[in-house]
Design a binder for this molecule. Structure first.
Ligand SMILES: Cc1cc2nc3c(=O)[nH]c(=O)nc-3n(C[C@H](O)[C@H](O)[C@H](O)COP(=O)(O)O)c2cc1C
Length: 190
């Protein structure tokens, strides 16, 4: 029997853990970010949801640029720290080694296996958050994270967040191939 999980202000889907990189008044800033999704196929676009009280929100509104960085499982503590303190009061600019791609205000994290630089194309103003829709300018990784030219999740070793228990999880086993695992059922239903 289904029950209604009535705490609708809490969230129960698992999220990929990332770190948002911005320039706050000319200084590098980072925050833990989970609310993100792919929103357009071509050109490739990402949507991220940032609370208006965060320094990162102000930074993105000012520059129109940001980075999304995928940390590996050995970066849980530093990623969590980036989500505990605000750039309004604490300097987080030296948390990571930074490099830049094409954009001047989208600091990319050297320690992260995969980083995406983004340029905002549209901002949706919501009651507590801004939903920034941004075009993906470039994605950066290293050969050691690829297998057959594609990002390898085992090598990248990212982690997930579950809410409302607020816990981090590593990735488990591969369960099958997407757009393929359902083919047997498709054949049977013909
Ligand atoms: C695991 C985790 C995930 C978070 N995800 C988000 C998020 O997706 N959107 C958001 O607005 N805040 C999120 N936060 C909160 C911000 O990371 C946090 O308030 C941070 O201190 C804001 O920093 P800033 O003021 O320097 O921008 C998250 C925090 C943690 C710990």
């Amino acid at each position: 029997m289904k029950i209604i999980f009535d705490q609708k202000n809490l969230f129960c889907l698992p999220w990929t853990q990332t770190i948002l990189g911005t320039h706050l008044k000319g200084k590098v800033n980072f925050m833990a970010l989970d609310w993100l999704t792919r929103v357009n196929f071509k050109p490739a676009m990402l949507g991220i949801c940032v609370n208006k009280i965060h320094a990162s929100n102000e930074a993105i509104c000012d520059t129109g640029e940001f980075s999304v960085n995928l940390p590996s499982s050995d970066m849980v503590e530093i990623t969590d720290y980036a989500g505990l303190v605000s750039g309004k009061r604490t300097d987080k600019s030296d948390l990571f080694e930074v490099y830049y791609g094409e954009l001047k205000s989208a600091p990319l994290i050297n320690e992260c296996p995969l980083s995406i630089e983004c340029k905002v194309v549209q901002t949706v103003d919501l009651p507590t958050n801004s939903f920034f829709i941004a075009e993906i300018i470039n994605i950066y990784t290293e050969d050691k994270y690829l297998t057959d030219g594609k990002p390898d999740i085992k090598k990248i070793n990212p982690f997930l967040l579950t809410m409302p228990d607020n816990r981090y999880w590593s990735i488990g086993d591969c369960l099958g191939n997407a757009w393929s695992a359902g083919k047997k059922i498709k054949e049977e239903k013909k």
